[in-house]
Design a protein around this ligand. Structure first.
Ligand code: ADP
Ligand code: MG
Length: 308
């Protein structure tokens, strides 16, 4: 039903999928360890884990525990639903998944190389899941060649993790790149998360509004990269939100300048279509005019806070 196959185009998209799996598993702590521009990645979470049966299933194509009928597609409350990420990653890497549920006395570990199971055993570990991916794209030289240099891939990974950390401020998310800690949030709410990522002075220059936070003019940026948009805690690209913000700032901003804003809309899942693109990043609203008007008018009326 859904065009797909672009799930793991690069290490950043892989990180996004694994992060969202950990979030779907109700993790409160997620650590991501990245090496070699994302060709080696280790994920650790404290989520609900998998049974032995589910562990064997999860690397099969279109195996998902998150959807039971096609009607569920229009009422998505979890990030994942296509059962495609793990099987796609397994097919193009050497992967080991170790997992344990609270109710099980033992955990289980599976190793997969290019989609083939090479090892399955019991293992002792704490509740949660650990996924280690090595030699990403080792058997798909075309995709390996398509990767940019490590620093570029690392930057894309950082962007993804930053967005997910902002979208999930009650989860502690840690990103380590080549042994160096890049992002560390404590999972203690949005304001602490903003401080932990951008610093305390950024929080001081943000005003809480109905849909999130808008920055005063001192936070004005020369790129759109500081407009963070989330719908139902899902990082998304929605042109209409960007337009409404920029237009709302228009009288204050000079040409080529953009606001700093964090927009987190809560809408009825039925009123959005996240299936515009298989990466789920681009979405459409059924009532784009209302969304535009709400964000525009709040931005315009609340922006005066920096004048005094
Ligand atoms: P989807 O997320 O679309 O269901 P995935 O291929 O990403 O598909 O994952 C397949 C299944 O593996 C999930 O439905 C879930 O049951 C299980 N799974 C994956 N990652 C985790 C995790 N970190 N913790 C617990 N279960 C997981
Ligand atoms: Mg998934």
């Amino acid at each position: 039903m859904i065009a797909a196959g672009e799930v793991v185009e690069n290490p950043a998209s892989l990180v996004k999928e694994l992060l969202e799996n950990s979030l779907d598993a109700n993790s409160k702590y997620i650590k991501i360890d990245v090496k070699n521009g994302g060709k080696n990645i280790k994920f650790t979470d404290d989520g609900k884990g998998m049974s032995r049966e589910d562990l064997l299933l999860c690397i099969e194509r279109h195996a998902t525990s998150k959807i039971s009928s096609k009607d569920d597609l229009f009422n998505l409350n979890t990030y994942g639903f296509r059962g495609e990420a793990l099987s796609s990653i397994a097919a193009v890497s050497k992967m080991t998944i170790a997992t344990k549920r609270k109710e099980d006395s033992s955990g289980y570990s599976i190793s997969v190389t290019a989609g083939k199971i090479t090892n399955l055993k019991d293992t002792q570990k704490s509740t949660g899941t650990e996924i280690e991916i090595n030699n990403l794209f080792f058997n798909t030289p075309a995709r390996l060649k398509f990767l940019r240099k490590d620093t570029t891939e690392n930057t894309k990974i950082k962007e993804i993790v930053l967005q997910e950390a902002l979208a999930n401020p009650n989860v502690s998310i840690i990103l380590v790149i080549d042994g160096k800690e890049n992002i560390r949030t404590s999972g203690t709410g949005i304001e602490n998360t903003i401080i932990e990522i951008f610093g305390v002075s950024t929080l001081k220059n943000l005003k809480p509004v109905e849909f999130g936070y808008i920055g005063n003019l001192s936070l004005t940026r020369s790129t759109k990269d500081f407009i963070f948009t989330f719908v139902n805690n899902r990082p998304v690209k929605a042109k209409i939100i960007e337009e409404a913000l920029i237009d709302g700032y228009y009288t204050h901003l000079m040409r080529g300048k953009y606001p700093f804003a964090i927009v987190n809309l809560k809408v009825d899942p039925k009123s959005i279509d996240v299936n515009v693109h298989p990466s789920k990043k681009i979405i459409k609203f059924s009532d784009e005019n209302k969304i535009y008007h709400d964000i525009y008018s709040i931005t315009e009326s609340e922006l005066n806070f920096d004048k005094n």
